[in-house]
Design a protein around this ligand. Structure first.
Ligand code: SF4
Length: 753
């Protein structure tokens, strides 16, 4: 329910679902019912919620979720069990596997919805208690290409390097492969306000989505060709003399190579590759270059490709050539998807990372984190397999798996194969709030508390660290994920280091992240309870007085103000002597300066004076178009792309249990153009089989002119015969290890009724 009222028992908190992390109020009203109401004081969504957020409390009801551990019986059924029995089974099995096959035979698979505390504790549990390198998480399937490209170009990845409030004040936004009207509806107001303020919106998407309908210009490239599209735009920028030469000279490196790569992509050639006409390319360049400030925002479209890192890199090159990065109201950003997709990738559940966004291969990072953990740095495992590679190794190299907050049976690429790999495990344990499709395969299922029943922090798509407060008492029979890790660690011989109090975990996370790129050391729960979140990096003031923190936060620029402001963080060469000390997360980041112990204000805007590279310059990376891993042929002549619908969230494990959402989006469908439908002799609602090299999915036809005739679209929220990820291609990006969810070759067949 959404009453819009707030009673004394109301708790302000945040939505459990997407990366916008909308503020909401929760009020228990008796009988197990919890009201969701507007929370207008939170600036990101200003009270607006989508249907998923408004109905989120329905998943708290005991009838919907798990309230008892389940164990696999001799007869093969999952049956209720006590907590001790369930935990003993997990610890015993993990211990036996490790003794027989070694620590790397144990796998851990986390989730982008876990709080920062859980992500941190899970990474520590894998490396310290299990001693395994084999940990990764479903966020790998979300934004890892953007993270890799951002790190490559800027030296640091934070989804948005500026707050969303900057969007309506810029001059033009190019949204690439992003459909916020369906994925995060309250954010759409930022783009409508942009247009009301005289700015323009360009949407790049093979489908005419609800977002594309609002654009000034919609470019509909063939799936898998947006890298070429960006190169074509950059070619025109050069040819039309629109390069910001002074900016390129002062703030970047590598331009000549990137320029040469772009000049090899003639607009007419790009038109043939993408299907976007040369006049459309010229119009996009005009809209993007006309105002003084502009942004490019990407989402899963360009990122979920086997060339996702280079595709995002091509869009970053466009920003750099036109001077649209690291300047007020300008920049490149990624719209992260999952609720804690940003924080989840910063604190150690990723195969190659330690807390604070540190590299696992960095000796100094290993020493720092090992000291916080009280272990020998040489005993820490090295990097493990990426998410799909880990799932693919199940049953062979990896014999036992612990899953926390993820449902790869529905969400992983080549899902039937992943399901078969999960079935082949010696042992599978799943912690979840509902009996997901993955939990159904488990030997032990642990029912855990949910967002509204526990306190913890998340980091939204802006890099804003938020406090999610506990608002209701969990039902009998469930325990928190932190309690689970504490209990398993104890059973596996590690008695200390896994507290169950989230604030205690966060205090340790602060120390572990201190001095890292994602420095949270200046953030604590009391502060988060007072503020609307704090943007990292936010270093702590040094103890016992000493140098104070210099004001690194940049106030929001006034409308139309596109010149660098004087009140940004000083450049290293003008900073106080010694300011670039070891506490700096990266060169030029906010660091302590002489004079006091004032708390750091956080850093809403990054890179305004310098980038996080050693020389402070953003790096152009030359990239070239290449075909997708699978191109259409005679046998599979159509392209498939996948995505989300507004009423469901990710694998649908929670939202498919909400009647109102199911009524709005009851099942999968195959969206196709009338011309393709006519070739198949299919009418609206007719069952269609979509067949790829990996399998077959069946769903009703949804016919629309809003999709390219060479492409079909399926949403991926459902299991069963309409499971879209049965079809998707696990070909991986060489840098990010992102699978190619967004494009593969299929054939479409009419299914006799
Ligand atoms: Fe906001 Fe996303 Fe929750 Fe919808 S799902 S209410 S957009 S956080």
């Amino acid at each position: 329910q959404n009453t819009g009222t707030r009673s004394p028992a109301t708790t302000p908190t945040h939505c459990p679902y997407c990366a916008l992390q909308c503020g909401m109020n929760l009020t228990p009203v008796g009988g197990g019912t919890v009201e969701v109401s507007e929370r207008a004081d939170f600036p990101v969504n200003r009270g607006a919620l989508c249907g998923k957020g408004r109905t989120a409390a329905q998943v708290l009801a005991p009838g919907v979720r798990l309230t008892s551990p389940l164990v696999r019986s001799q007869g093969g059924a999952l049956v209720p069990a006590g907590w001790d029995e369930a935990l003993d089974r997990i610890a015993g099995s993990l211990g036996r596997t490790r003794a027989r096959y070694g620590a790397d035979a144990l796998g851990v698979f986390g989730g982008g919805g876990l709080t920062n505390e859980k992500a941190y504790a899970l990474g520590k549990f894998a490396r310290v208690v299990l001693g395994t390198s084999q940990i990764d998480y479903n966020g790998r399937f979300c934004m890892s290409s953007a993270a890799a490209a951002g790190t490559r170009a800027f030296g640091l990845d934070r989804g948005l390097p500026f707050p969303l409030e900057d969007v309506p004040r810029t001059g033009c936004v190019i949204l690439v492969g992003s459909n916020p009207a369906e994925t995060m509806p309250p954010s759409l107001r930022y783009f409508t306000e942009l247009r009301e303020n005289g700015g323009t919106l360009v949407v790049v998407d093979p489908r005419r989505t609800r977002t594309a309908e609002q654009a000034d210009l919609h470019l509909a490239p063939r799936p898998g060709t947006d890298l070429a599209l960006a190169l074509g735009l950059l070619h025109l920028v050069v040819a039309e003399g629109r390069v910001d030469e002074a900016y390129v000279e002062e703030r970047t490196s590598g331009w000549e190579e990137a320029r040469a790569a772009a000049m090899a992509h003639w607009p007419e050639h790009v038109e043939r590759i993408t299907g976007v006409s040369v006049p459309e390319l010229r119009e996009a360049v005009r809209l993007f270059c006309a105002p003084e400030a502009a942004m490019v925002l990407t989402a899963r479209g360009p990122e979920q490709q086997a060339k996702g890192t280079d595709t995002v890199g091509a869009w970053i090159n466009l920003c750099l050539a036109t001077g649209r990065a690291g300047r007020p109201l300008s920049g490149y950003g990624c719209l992260t998807g999952q609720g804690n997709g940003q924080g989840g990738r910063e604190h150690g559940q990723k195969a190659d990372q330690l807390p604070g966004y540190r590299r696992l291969t960095d000796p100094a990072a290993r020493r720092h984190v090992a000291e916080v953990w009280g272990v020998d740095p040489d005993a820490l495992p090295g990097p493990g397999r990426s998410a799909y590679e880990l799932l693919d190794a199940l049953g062979s190299d990896v014999r036992s798996l612990l899953v926390m907050g993820s449902n790869p049976v529905v969400s992983a690429p080549r899902a039937a194969h992943v399901e078969e790999r999960l079935r082949s495990l010696d042992f599978l344990a799943v912690c979840d709030v509902v009996l997901s499709e993955t939990a159904r395969l488990a030997d032990v299922v642990l029912p855990v508390t949910q967002w509204a029943e526990e306190t913890g922090t998340t980091t939204n798509l802006e890099g804003r660290v938020l406090l999610r407060r506990r608002a209701v008492t969990p039902p009998e029979g469930v325990r928190g994920d932190l309690e689970v890790l504490h209990a398993l660690a104890g059973r596996l011989g590690v008695e200390k280091g896994f507290p169950v109090d989230p604030e205690e975990v966060f205090e340790e996370l602060r120390r572990a992240s201190a001095g890292g790129p994602a420095d949270y050391s200046g953030i604590d729960y009391r502060r988060l309870a007072r503020e609307d979140g704090v943007f990292w990096p936010c270093p702590a003031p040094p103890p016992h007085g000493g140098p104070a923190l210099r004001a690194a936060v940049t106030p929001p620029p006034a409308a139309g103000d596109t010149a660098p402001r004087a009140d940004t963080a000083p450049r290293p060469d003008t900073a106080a002597p010694g300011a670039e000390d070891a506490a700096a997360p990266y060169p030029g980041a906010p660091t302590p300066a002489a004079g006091g112990t004032a708390p750091h204000p956080g850093t809403p805007r990054l890179f305004l004076d310098r980038f996080a590279t050693p020389d402070g310059r953003a790096r152009f990376v030359p990239v070239a178009h290449r075909p997708s891993a699978e191109e259409p042929d005679e046998e599979y002549p159509v392209l498939l792309t996948t995505g989300r619908v507004v009423a469901q969230y990710q694998s649908g494990a929670q939202t498919r249990r909400v009647a109102e959402l199911n009524a709005a989006a009851p099942g999968p469908f195959v969206e196709l153009h009338p011309r393709l439908a006519a070739r198949l002799g299919a009418a609206e609602g007719d069952p269609l089989a979509v067949v790829s090299r990996r399998g077959r999915a069946v769903a009703p036809a949804r016919i629309t002119t809003g999709i390219r005739p060479d492409t079909v679209f399926m949403p991926f929220h459902w299991p069963g015969e309409g499971r879209a990820n049965t079809l998707t291609n696990p070909a991986l990006d060489p840098d990010s290890r992102m699978p190619e969810f967004k494009v593969c070759a299929v054939r479409v067949e009419a299914v006799p009724r």
